[in-house]
Every structure is written in structure tokens, then in C-alpha cells.
Design a protein around this ligand. Structure first.
Ligand code: SF4
Length: 465
């Protein structure tokens, strides 16, 4: 049996040791974080536990600085695409759970999947996160067919979606190998809670009850050659400081075994879900202040990792989190299979969970520019150029990946503006691009980006480094 490498004793000891941290120690930890080498469990716990407003302000400032050092000021955008809500598990917090009779079960047909993809790509998206419920009848060949269907959809005679990431049930190494052949970007599998007893308590039936099998999903993906993998905790199920430290242990274990940490980490907080009492009153609800601290401290603890915030959070919270180290966000999202079609046709349908940010992609982008002064990006270049896994980490860890992120953000955002931007977004976006271009110090790179912008203006598309 796969072993449980989450060491709860070490986590609780780290939390205890962190209680001794004084102001001088916090300052030392913040200094160390600026070396971009990450933090230990005790150091992370100390930053998560401080309640001193001055310390917290310094943590936030450091998180902003680190995100900028590694990735620059770009924010990558994507849309989730729910393929099926069939599920064989009973998880106390989720609307998809097998015993939820209130939920209509939908698995998209090929035609419906094509329509959903078209609606997403017609809004300007180039990245989709395909999401699947976990049901034994929905097999690897169904997953593969859905990925092939989405990749085959065209927008103006070109591939509409350029990168598919997936969030699906843990698989065997052989199934992961088959999945790898489809050319996915990142494979996501969230442990939900790393606390063993809580995991057993909230996962009542189905394959997901096997804690160890899920914990090793990313190991099996790596063994199959999927070298961009993603972790996440569903905050609200157990004590949040424990969860962050356990997630770190997961990251360290992946690094130890594969020399590649997680490509991204997501931060879902439990939101009210149809038919789930627990989701309305989560046992460990975390307030906005602690949530911000968790996001910022994670940026310090695993500085190389992409950090994702979804539309579960409201626009104000998203804007604040973007300034604390987040590097990717979803936008214009629907969280039920067929949700994009239904929204377009004004058919009311309940989503997987309550959405906090209902704005369109264009509205989110305009806000990113005006409020956050961040550069929206539709870049998909790394996985298309083979910068994945270890190669990606060797660029991200010393902060060199931003030399790709910045030009690619400028070029892909310009392509968005030309094809999809509203008048207001175009005006604000062109100004931002002009300002951003001026910050490129390398004259050769600047000239290459300018040339790329001219080619885009002349009607070319899909230009990237
Ligand atoms: S260059 Fe690579 S890391 Fe940067 S935005 Fe593009 S795909 Fe992501």
C-alpha cells in the first residue's frame, strides 16, 4: 500500500515551536524569504500565527515582492469547463456527492462540449481547466475523448483552446500515461484535507475514501511523465495552519522524489454547495484576514509555485489576493456542466458552489488593469515549448521565468484586445502595454516584442516565445 508521508507529529511540533517566535525571529524569516529558497514548516507556522499588524504588513509586502521577482506582474487567465457532474463518492461538503438527489446529473455530449468550448473561446480564453466528477463509469477513454474534442475546436480557423489543464479523479500510472499522450498541461488533484481523521470523517463512500491512493495521485502522474502537477486544500474542513504545513510536506515530498515541486497551488474556501449542510457551516471557517495571510505566506514558503484563485472569491477579495502573490485566476466562470450554454440562453441552473465573482472576462480584465495595474496574460507557451517539470523549475526558482512571462503576456494580451476587448478595455489595455514595454531593459528582447506587436497588428496570431 502507498504510505502516508504526511507526518502529523512533525506538523504539531512545528506549530508548537513557532509559538516561541518573537519579532526578531519573524524579521529573520522575512529576510530569508527574500532569498527565494522557501521556508521550513516552523518558519511558515510562525508567519501564519503572528497577529501583529506590523508583521502581517511586512509579510504582505514580501509576498508582493516575491511574486514580482519570480513571475513579474502578469496574471494568467483561464476558464473552468465542467464535463460531468457524475460522481460515485459521498463527500460531505460537495454538491456532486452521489447521494445528492437535488442535483441533476449531466455528462456533456460531444456536441455540448464543443458548444461550451466555443462560448469560452469566443470570450477570449485560451486556457481551459476541464473538471470531472469522480465516477467509475466515466473512464480514462471518456476523459481522453473529451480532451481531444476540446483541442479540436476551432476559433477563426485556429485551435480555440491552446492549453488544457485537468482536474480529475486519481488514476493508475497506465491511465496517466494515456492521459499524457493527449498533451495536457497541468494535472490537478486536491487532497481537500490532509488531516487523516478528518479526511475519513468527511469522505463517506466511494474511491475517494482511500486517503493514501489520493495522496499519491501526483506521484503516479509524475511517474507517467506528467511533470506539471497541482495541489490544493479545501479550506474550512480542518485547522488551516495544519493544512498549510501538511500541503508543504506534500510539496517537499514531490521535490524529494522527483526534484519538481507543484506547478500550481489552489486556495478554494468552502462555499455553500447545493444539498450540503456542512458547506453552509464549515467546521473551520476562516475569515478574510487569515485567508489573506495564508495566501501571502504560501508565496513565501514555496516561491516558485503558481498560485490560483478562482471565482469562489468576490471581486474585492480577488483584487486584494492578487496583490499578495496570486499568479493565475479564473474569470467568467460557470461551475456546472453546460453552464456556459445555459447562461447564454438565460436558463437558470444551480452551480457546483456559490460563485463570488460573476463578472465577464472583459470586466475582470479591465479591473486587473485599472485596480491592480497587473498585466493580463493568455500565455500558453511553456508547455508548448517544452518548458515543463524540471526545466520549468530551473527557470522559475531563480526568477528567470518572468523573462518569458512578460513578453508573452504583452503579446497574448494584445491579441486578446484586438479580437475580444471592449472599447474601454482596449484603451486601458493599450496604455498598459505601452507602459510595460518601456520597462523591458533588454533591448534585443524589447525589439522582438515590438516586432511581435506589429505582426499582431498586421493580422497574425499566436505569437509567443
Ligand atoms: S511564460 Fe510560461 S510561466 Fe510564464 S505565463 Fe507563459 S506559460 Fe506561464
Amino acid at each position: 500500500m502507498e504510505h502516508n508521508f504526511i507526518n502529523e507529529k512533525e506538523i504539531f511540533e512545528s506549530i508548537e515551536n513557532a509559538q516561541k517566535a518573537d519579532k526578531a525571529m519573524i524579521n529573520d524569516i522575512l529576510q530569508k524569504a527574500r532569498e527565494l529558497k522557501g521556508l521550513s514548516l516552523t518558519e511558515t507556522a510562525a508567519l501564519l500565527m503572528t497577529k501583529d499588524p506590523e508583521d502581517i504588513a511586512s509579510i504582505f509586502e514580501t509576498a508582493t515582492w516575491i511574486k514580482d521577482e519570480i513571475y513579474g506582474n502578469r496574471i494568467v487567465l483561464f476558464a473552468p469547463l465542467y464535463v460531468t457532474n457524475l460522481c460515485g463518492n459521498i463527500c460531505d461538503y460537495c454538491a456532486f456527492r452521489a447521494d445528492n438527489k437535488e442535483l441533476e446529473r449531466i455528462t456533456l455530449s460531444k456536441e455540448q462540449l464543443i458548444e461550451e468550448t466555443k462560448i469560452i473561446s469566443d470570450s477570449g480564453h485560451k486556457r481551459a481547466l476541464l473538471v470531472y466528477g469522480e465516477h467509475p463509469s466515466f473512464k480514462i477513454n471518456n476523459v481522453i475523448e473529451s480532451i481531444e474534442t476540446v483541442y479540436a475546436v476551432k476559433h477563426n480557423d485556429e485551435q480555440a483552446i491552446r492549453r488544457i489543464n485537468i482536474n480529475a479523479a486519481p488514476m493508475s500510472v497506465d491511465d496517466f500515461k494515456a492521459l499524457k499522450e493527449t498533451g495536457i498541461g497541468t494535472y490537478q488533484c486536491f487532497q481537500e484535507t490532509y488531516h487523516y481523521d478528518t479526511y475519513k470523517k468527511v469522505h463517506l463512500a466511494g474511491l475517494k475514501t482511500n486517503y493514501e491512493y489520493r495522496l499519491h495521485a501526483l506521484h503516479r502522474a509524475q511517474k507517467a511523465g506528467i511533470d506539471d502537477v497541482a495541489v490544493g486544500v479545501l479550506f474550512g474542513l480542518y485547522e488551516p495552519i495544519f493544512e498549510v504545513l501538511a500541503m508543504l510536506q506534500h510539496c517537499f515530498e514531490l521535490e524529494r522524489e522527483f526534484d519538481v515541486g507543484p506547478h500550481t497551488v489552489s486556495f478554494p474556501r468552502i462555499e455553500p454547495a447545493l444539498g450540503s449542510d456542512m458547506s453552509i457551516h464549515p467546521p473551520y471557517e476562516i475569515d478574510d484576514q487569515l485567508f489573506k495571510q495564508i495566501v501571502a505566506v504560501t508565496r513565501l514558503a514555496i516561491p516558485y509555485t503558481g498560485m490560483i484563485i478562482s471565482t469562489r472569491e468576490n471581486p474585492k477579495m480577488r483584487a486584494e489576493l492578487i496583490d499578495l502573490g496570486v499568479s493565475q485566476i479564473s474569470a467568467g466562470s460557470k461551475t456546472s456542466p453546460g453552464g456556459y450554454h445555459e447562461a447564454k440562453a438565460n436558463i437558470p441552473r444551480k452551480q457546483q458552489f456559490l460563485i463570488g465573482d460573476e463578472r465577464s472576462l472583459d470586466e475582470v480584465i479591465n479591473d486587473l488593469i485599472v485596480r491592480n495595474k497587473h498585466m493580463p496574460s493568455f500565455c500558453t507557451s511553456c508547455y508548448r515549448k517544452g518548458r515543463t517539470g524540471h526545466k520549468f523549475m530551473t527557470l522559475a526558482k531563480p526568477g528567470n521565468i518572468k523573462n518569458f512571462c512578460q513578453p508573452n503576456a504583452i503579446l497574448t494580451f494584445m491579441e486578446y484586445l484586438q479580437q475580444f476587448g471592449s472599447e474601454e478595455t482596449k484603451i486601458n489595455g493599450i496604455k498598459l502595454i505601452t507602459d510595460e514595454l518601456a520597462t523591458i531593459e533588454n533591448e534585443i528582447l524589447k525589439a522582438a516584442v515590438k516586432e511581435g506587436l506589429e505582426r499582431l497588428t498586421a493580422g497574425e496570431t499566436d505569437i509567443y516565445f
